[in-house]
Design a protein around this ligand. Structure first.
Ligand SMILES: [Zn+2]
Length: 316
């Protein structure tokens, strides 16, 4: 964890919107609608509006008319990575400006407003473990999971105190296998369906990565959700990880390519998955072998039988 410095004004001025859009695989989905103006589907809300997302390369800004997101390159990274503004600036600085920012160069001392000390957004190891998780709760079998699978992932219904109370607790580990959070899945129709600790940085973690990485296999199946990964594991594919969403963050991308040489993307067969899959594939293809496993429209891996999963993964 190195202390670092970031120059917001320089990042904003020097990093072109187009390069960031290209890096996220968004650029390819946009079409020209004016001299410096491009529009297309929005990678942030990933839903309504084929032309909702507008990018202005001249002004180096973007705006989505559906979800209201907008701003400069920093804001785009904040939305895509779900990270802080400072972290976004550091990422762009590292990636595009090749600045060694471990210390400010001496004689010139930039104005204080432009200086921010880097504290890498990462998840700290939990100092406790939930006890008394009930692996035999009916919700587990209702999701089509065996006791063995529940045991392997360490999930169970929790009725103790705290924000996980009355929910199915899913332990989340970092790439080193350290427990960094629990996600609480509602077992009723109650909202929200998933509850994460407020400080948890989803984009810094790939679910089940440490277990998949420990398997002697240079290939991995990447799915969106917890239950997708559990069902794929149960179908006989233990080298499986979940993004906990459909957006692939740069941290997640880095983790995947550091360990695996072949990535199979098995996103949901809905509009969000259909949009996110090619975007992720495009980015990963620059760094590893990647293929997209097409799940039938309206289906998702956690609703598929073991046979269906084996069949669709056996074809690729
Ligand atoms: Zn949007």
């Amino acid at each position: 964890m190195t202390a670092g410095w970031v120059n917001f004004a320089k990042v904003k001025a020097m990093v072109g919107l187009r390069r960031v859009l290209e890096d996220y695989g968004i650029w390819e989905q946009l079409r020209r609608s004016g001299p410096d103006h491009y529009r297309g589907p929005c990678p942030i809300h990933q839903g309504e509006g084929r032309d909702a997302f507008h990018g202005d390369l001249g002004k180096n800004v973007f705006h989505c008319f559906a979800c209201g997101a907008g701003g400069n390159v920093l804001d785009l990274v904040v939305h895509m990575e779900r990270c802080s503004l400072r972290e976004a600036a550091l990422r762009l600085q590292r990636r595009y400006l090749a600045v060694d920012f471990t210390a400010p160069r001496q004689p010139e001392v930039p104005r204080r407003r432009q200086l921010v000390t880097e504290k890498r957004e990462r998840n700290t190891t939990l100092s406790f473990r939930l006890s008394g998780l009930d692996e035999a709760h009916p919700y587990v079998s209702a999701r089509g999971l065996s006791q063995q699978t529940a045991n392997y992932f360490g999930i169970g219904y929790y009725c103790g105190p705290g924000i996980m109370n009355g929910r199915l607790a899913i332990p989340i580990h970092d790439e080193q296998g350290r427990l960094v959070a629990y996600c609480g899945r509602s077992v009723t129709a109650g909202d929200p369906r998933y509850r994460f600790p407020a400080a948890f940085q989803k984009s810094a973690v790939v679910f089940n990565y440490h277990r998949a990485a420990a398997i002697a296999d240079d290939g991995v199946v990447v799915v969106e959700g917890f239950f997708d990964s559990m069902r794929v594991h149960q179908a006989g594919f233990p080298s499986v990880v979940a993004l906990m969403g459909s957006a692939l963050s740069l941290d997640q991308e880095n983790l995947l390519v550091q360990r695996f040489r072949r990535v199979r993307l098995m996103f949901d067969g809905d509009q969000t998955g259909r949009m996110a899959s090619p975007a992720a594939a495009q980015r990963l293809a620059k760094r590893c072998s990647v293929c997209q496993v097409m799940v039938a429209p309206g289906r998702q891996p956690d609703q598929m039988s073991g046979d269906e999963i084996r069949q669709i993964l056996g074809q690729t």
